[in-house]
Design a protein around this ligand. Sequence first.
Ligand code: ARG
Length: 590
Amino acid sequence: MKKFLELISEEMGKAFEAAGYQAELGKVTLSNRPDLCEYQCNGAMAGAKQYHKAPIMIANDVAEKLQGSTVFSEVSAVAPGFLNLKLTEKFVKEYLQEMRADAKFGLEMPEKPQMIIVDYGGPNIAKPLHVGHLRSGIIGESIKRICRYAGHEVLGDIHLGDWGLQMGLIVTELKKRHPELPYFDESYQGEYPKEAPFTMSELEEIYPTASAKSKEDAAYKAEAMDATYKLQTGVPGIRALWNHIIDVSVSDLKKNYAALNVEFDLWKGESDVQDIIPGMVEKMKNDGYAHESEGALVVDVKEETDTKEVPPCMILKSDGASLYNTTDLATIVDRMEKYQPDKLIYMTDKRQDLYFEQVFRCARKTGLVKPETQLIHIGFGTMNGKDGKPFKTREGGVMRLENLIREINEEMYRKIAENREMEKEEAEETSKVVALSAVKYGDLSNQASKDYIFDIDRFTSFEGDTGPYILYTIVRIKSILKKYNEQSGGDNAGQAVLREATGESEKALMLETAKFNTMIDAAYEEVAPHKICAYIYDLANAFNRFYHETKILSEEDLGKQSGWIALLVLTKDILEVCIDLLGFSAPERM
Ligand code: ARG
């Protein structure tokens, strides 16, 4: 289905043509002066030079051709040559009718869907999830959903950090505590136990302990490095222990991400591509891209047009060990081989901007991807506390994700239980749903690259630009629809038919609704979930204005009432699709 503005511009273009001017001048935009008109066209201004005419004369010519238009109810040429426009109620209604009949509300599907991989989350095994991982999960999940809704084939990959020194540290500490375990006995021939010799909470305590020890004790650190080496070279006992660490951590991660409505299609990790590295490195050497520099193996990636220093991409350290980027390059090889993606999107803290620039350049230069493969890094800003510094616990420590979520749930529960009659259980469930909207909307409503302040009071408020406000609006619509069905004696809301608007706020709501496909397109193209937030905030405001001015349920003209109900259904459906794309949902009541 064509975009609303396209249709309007076409009509305007025809009028320019009929008046003897170029059709392209008929580009219509949203009004800069909503008090005067709904849309505007500045084509007469643009055409003045070309036609050696005063803009107002051109505007007058065009306006004349639009007398009796089925699209425009009002076309006024105003000095110095603007065309101020209002649309006919009929045209708007018909557009919305078509939207409502379409499964995606008028969003056109691509002729050739792309294969897209979204790399997000990126937690490191055995290290507790903290708020830094929150953004990657929240933004990545939304981007994945947007790409999918836009009609593409999408896979979300968690890309676990499961291969680094942290694994060696854990192994070392376990060995200190339980030297008797068979995993450390290199002559052991039997089967290793099925049960892990630790729980998740022990694991969470072991890592920071080991990490602290290694910083003070050089011998301990050397032991951890040796254990890492043993893991990476495949010593069976260490591999078996590592498998336990992965299993225990992954089930814990799954629980945590599920609570956040974050779902990965692939649970791959750094370890999965290690076998690819030797061949990849050999090829880079043979093709003449990788060369030695101070003992290390590097690929130069600087370009003439660089305004900043872009250091070479290091492939192997001087001791032959691979690095974070070697793994990322090998992961690209793996993904290209298995899925032939057209696009790879990565979500990390923006401090990794330069890093990804290097990796992407290296991948292009060495031919790991096709020239047309798109490589995109979305670097996000820091989540700060009210003091403007990176978010911390009250005691000043790193805030763990679980605790953060718990705090918000509690705050939300307090608000919901305070002035509502709800059973405790329902209040608790509802609080969780609403709290998730608070966190996600609070994050996603900012442009990803910006830092933002995590403000529980503001995020959990039912008023203003917040998740709970959006949910409250949806719940309000649901409740009207439910009452309408009750009083009209049947499931009638779904059958209600749109009517031409009779009031200003009703028309404004319709015009807002009509922007849906344009907005989704922009959110997809620009990889920008915040556009969805901005849109649903406007849409919710437009609805609430209409709602406050209209007595819907007591309206006596049943035809008129049914038209409103149909508009409410469409508004609700669109709001619900949008929040689903942001990764949260609405409760039945709140
Ligand atoms: N595990 C990494 C970290 O915590 C993030 C991984 C991001 N993804 C990637 N392909 N490098 O910083």
